[in-house]
Design a protein around this ligand. Structure first.
Ligand SMILES: Cc1cc2nc3c(=O)[nH]c(=O)nc-3n(C[C@H](O)[C@H](O)[C@H](O)COP(=O)(O)O)c2cc1C
Length: 178
């Protein structure tokens, strides 16, 4: 699929069927994650691929009971570390890197004809217990991955004019954005 088409096709899906996912698709998805950039190339991540049905139930429960998470045949938990390391600009370092890697994952899932939803609403303590996460790491998000059982409804976006400004925050949008 063409790059821009993949980006437009990617949507948050919250209903999955039980069709198993082909291992080669999962491998390609994780290869897309593997090439994500990270500050100083530290790759401060680990991705836990949850397939065991009991473990899927426990992860779903830790995802604040968002029951659709448990419909997917697999859940990928994106874990970042070390949890307290700050970048020189004041951001938590791993959060930015995991954000990028997470979007690589979501786009690759879409390119493979699969579906996911970024799940950040989770009980951190519970999720870390369920996944046996070490104390220096945090679960940034979990991604239920599977074949969609719904067509996504259309969702409006802010216009380019609303989200761009020339030179300063209060500048006009560029002409090409109007
Ligand atoms: C950081 C982040 C956290 C999110 N957390 C959740 C979540 O916990 N549960 C959920 O159903 N959707 C979650 N979403 C999905 C957003 O609601 C969704 O991306 C947004 O509504 C735009 O819809 P779209 O992804 O279909 O374009 C999250 C998305 C992001 C980027």
């Amino acid at each position: 699929m063409e790059f821009y088409d993949v980006m437009k096709k990617r949507r948050s899906i919250r209903s999955f069927n039980r069709t198993p996912i082909e291992p080669e698709k999962l491998r390609r998805i994780m290869e897309a994650v593997q090439v994500a950039p990270s500050a100083n190339h530290v790759q401060p991540w680990k991705f836990i691929v949850v397939t065991d049905p009991n473990q899927i139930k426990r992860v779903t429960d830790a995802a604040r009971g968002q029951t659709f998470v448990g419909e997917a045949p697999i859940i990928i938990a994106a874990v970042g570390f070390p949890k307290d390391k700050m970048s020189s600009n004041g951001n938590v370092a791993h959060m930015v890197d995991l954000g990028i890697a997470g979007e690589h994952l979501a786009l690759a899932v879409a390119a493979e004809g699969l579906a996911t939803c970024w799940i950040a609403a989770l009980d951190q303590e519970k999720m870390c217990n369920v996944l046996n996460i070490p104390t220096n790491a945090r679960v940034v998000a979990v991604f239920p991955v599977g074949y969609s059982s719904v067509e996504p409804y259309s969702k409006s976006r802010k216009t380019l004019a609303q989200i761009t400004a020339l030179n300063t925050w209060d500048g006009q949008p560029p002409d090409w954005a109007k």
